[in-house]
Write a protein that binds this ligand. Sequence first.
Ligand code: SF4
Length: 328
Amino acid sequence: MPKVTIDGIEIEVPEGTTILNAARMIGGKIVPPAMCYYSKLKTTGGYCRTCLVKVVQGSAKDPRPMPKLMVSCSTTVQDGMVVQNITSPEVMEARRGVVEFLLINHPLDCPICDQAGECKLQDLGYEHGLEKTRYEYKRRTFEMEDIGDKIKLHMNRCILCYRCVKVAEQLTDKRVHGVMNRGDVAEISTYIHNAIDNDFSGNMIDVCPVGALTDKTFRFKSRVWYTKPMDAHRDCKKCCGKVVLWMKDQEVLRVSARMDQNNEAIEWICNECRFEKKKLEDWVVEKPTHIERQSVISQNHYEKLEQLKLGKFTDHKMIDKPEPKLRP
Ligand code: SF4
């Protein structure tokens, strides 16, 4: 198995592993960000350039460095390869440039965007963004579009990562949307404003790295960090039925797929679970969802406390915990 060193950490990986996935196996801060690559979808990656890294040694056999920065999501590891990510000032400079490009048209409307707190571009903007834009031309603007009765497309925010198109291609039986036109006029749209209506179309919302595709049943209901995410499941004939319930008190405001540490859906969920099952009694609540500490969603999210509070829910299927008895 080839060995690769990323930011001074060596790891042995299976043949064919990309630099990005090798970094994910190491974990932590050395993992390059990825806006378009999605490990559960084929042919993703290579669009956004946020995962650029520097290959300072190509392999043990041919130790010459690679002449340009490489996209880590589609560059395969060679035995003896040495890679720099956060340890390379050149990579950091390039990443700042990529973020500046992504923000040329993307509005800074985080205060009113439903994706705020869960948006990778917001995180990148904080980390690498400039205080003001150097762009002098008019930003691209589009009318908001309803694509189906449950999904809102806010094209102004789209960064053309193609993830939603891959979901439609690979998860649904009839793709009715895609990227229209090319270059500066490229946009995500449906063919003649078709509705996206398929059992698994809601997964586009989860894969969208920004707030371009949002859940109409949740829009403007709450800032995400005021909700309590809980792992829950139900018997579902169409999907795994394992979800996260985003709750305010005992009200279920949103249902989404469970995410792994790379913010990718662990398993796809169907539209029935996502949009139709909004009552607590539809679900068996398991435990508070584990949130990585660096996420803003972790604000107000005290997992141990919420685990204890879970015992108070009595009106849905869950193992009841007795109320603590006061001393006489
Ligand atoms: S709508 Fe979202 S998922 Fe689709 S291409 Fe745009 S940013 Fe990517």
